[in-house]
Design a protein around this ligand. Structure first.
Ligand SMILES: [Zn+2]
Length: 106
């Protein structure tokens, strides 16, 4: 059996999402302070110059990856969710969310 580079595939798909997702652009627009280069963090409501776009439902591992019980439809549904499924966060809020997500994956 071929050794599938799951992390590489996941990163490549995330890159496509990052570059092409309309939902991502909508979420950013929704939280942007008009006429500025600032966004409102949906976690702590602070104004932030550097923003993180978070999947509220974590996209998880790719199907077939070690410890994954996902299927491709579910994975793509989560990755390419509508803009309501995304939130704009500051680094602190995003780090905290990521920690919580990782606990859920295990
Ligand atoms: Zn925040």
């Amino acid at each position: 059996m071929t050794d599938i580079p799951h992390a590489l595939i996941r990163n490549a798909l995330r890159k496509i999402w990052w570059e092409r997702s309309k939902a991502r652009r909508e979420a950013l627009k929704r939280q942007k302070v008009k006429g500025s280069q600032l966004w409102i963090c949906e976690g702590c409501a602070q104004l932030i110059p550097r923003k993180h776009v978070d999947h509220i439902v974590p996209i998880g591992k790719t199907p077939g990856a070690k410890g994954s019980d996902a299927d491709w439809n579910g994975f793509f549904d989560r990755l390419f969710c509508p803009s309501e499924g995304l939130q704009i966060l500051c680094k602190a809020c995003h780090d905290e969310k990521t920690k919580t997500d990782k606990q859920g994956i295990k």
